[in-house]
Design a protein around this ligand. Sequence first.
Ligand SMILES: *[C@@H]1O[C@H](CO)[C@@H](O)[C@H](O)[C@H]1NC(C)=O
Ligand SMILES: *[C@@H]1O[C@H](CO)[C@@H](O)[C@H](O)[C@H]1NC(C)=O
Ligand SMILES: *[C@@H]1O[C@H](CO)[C@@H](O)[C@H](O)[C@H]1NC(C)=O
Length: 551
Amino acid sequence: MKTSIALGTSLLLGGLWLSFHNSRQHHQWTPTSPSISEPKCPQVSATFPSRETEALNAMDEFLKSSKFFNQSVERLSAAVQIPTESFDDMGLVGEDPRWKIFFDFEAYLKATFPLVHSTLKVDKVNTHGLLYSWAGSDPSLKPTLLMAHQDVVPVPEATVKQWTHPPFSGFYDGKYVWGRGSSDCKNQLIAILEAVEELIAAKFEPKRGLILSFGFDEEISGPQGAAHLASYILEKHGKNSIAAIVDEGAGTFNVWGAKFAMPGVGEKGYTDIQIVVRMPGGHSSIPPAHNGIGVAAELVTLIEGHPYEPRLDDANPYLGLMHCGAEHAPEFPHKLKKLLNNRSSSHKQCGKDELALEAAKAGSDVKYLMTTSVAVDIIQGGVKVNALPERTVITVNHRVNVGSRTSDVEKKITKLASHVAHKYNLTLNAFEGEESPSSITLTSTKNKLEPAPVTPTEVGNGSPYEILSGTTRALYGEDMLVAPGIMTGNTDTKHYWPLTEHIFRYGPGFDPEQEGFGKIHTVDEAQSVKAHIATVRWFSLFIRNMDEANL
Ligand SMILES: *[C@@H]1O[C@H](CO)[C@@H](O)[C@H](O)[C@H]1NC(C)=O
Ligand SMILES: *[C@@H]1O[C@H](CO)[C@@H](O)[C@H](O)[C@H]1NC(C)=O
Ligand SMILES: *[C@@H]1O[C@H](CO)[C@@H](O)[C@H](O)[C@H]1NC(C)=O
């Protein structure tokens, strides 16, 4: 998951992950009778593949064996030991020598997964993008696409000593494999390849094609990896040519006294807005009452004084999650339930969104799943103590709420800036026109992104969401509930939108004993091997269930 300042995320679901985790408690789920006539969060029964062979049954057993466990430890550990760091200032592939390490990673995969490499077609896209295709016997079926990224967040030299085990050691302590990339997301990449390797060994022959697409610069937002891979696939297969995509993402959380797998079916949008205040310079011994820095500060104060209100669009996955909570979780708050049931009549586009306001009280990590965030992150102005600043620059980061657009953010900030411009007699160039003397100029940076199209989660029509849900409940049992998740950050899937509406950002591996969420992007990243094995088993089942699905 990416986290750079340029287009950064904290982690998926933001701190929700942590707060849910902290409220973890052991609870035996018992079905409660839904009080509403039509269930809004029906749960799919466990789905097992019906096409069985002796070899496939033996494979299922092998994946649970200690031999396979040990083999997985080796594979994941060795993958972590190859430091495939992607730095913010990375140059082009072929020019910047720091990309060369990805050849080592590719060679490692080739040596470790011989059946995958002899059975699937491998295309190298922009040198390090790895695209594996396994043709199905029925070419009329849309292929399943599984994603992961090869790169990892760099480990700053200054933090190396803080690691309990060195960041690229792949140290195994009997439960966890330690190191950068162990959980973000070499575990998922290795798990996918392990699942496919074992399926080939068990003579599985897919009817539906399977594509694996592994980018190499996700942590710096994917311009050379995912962007190229996605257009390559688009060119080869066309728009809407993929049945479903699963990429790294959200996992399983205990919330409201129940256990929920929460595949990310939506992502917030993103935009950085740059504000430039130009005012006359001069000697600071004879200053005007307000100079560029003062005026910029006034605008910052206004921006902070007018935050966005929580608002739950009908498409926001958090609304779906609340319906699941109301119907299945014993500790779902009574007040939320009342507001939820009354929502159709009380929710109005222009008024306050009472449900969102109430839900947001759970904390800022929950609030920002339904609120556009705004944060003034960078300010520059002035160069000398005796000279008035002529040019002051502010950058304001926004994560755009589902149901809103980057243009809404532009409108709002234009209104605030026009107030200040008017007060100080400055020209306002709002998203058009050039900087001029005595002006405020607003521009959006190139990396703006609208909120992702929300993946359909209706149940009852045999959708990919159902197959994903049924696979999850087949693996973990039916006290595991599945509910829609929303992410505050973005994954490589942002380049893949034209290929399918069925995109899931999901880490299916769950280890109930895992203490604390395996840290990502910081010191002591580690991956529970139990959760890793569960990931392999999940992918193995999911591939087979998708193969049989009538989509
Ligand atoms: C797996 O490794 C453990 C020690 O880490 C060992 O006790 C066990 O025998 C191994 N299992 C197999 C099948 O090799
Ligand atoms: C339900 O919505 C109606 C219409 O907005 C409102 O008058 C009523 O007070 C609401 N009931 C509850 C329990 O919130
Ligand atoms: C505002 O600025 C314009 C030129 O930019 C100037 O002609 C005008 O006199 C100014 N008005 C005030 C009230 O300062």
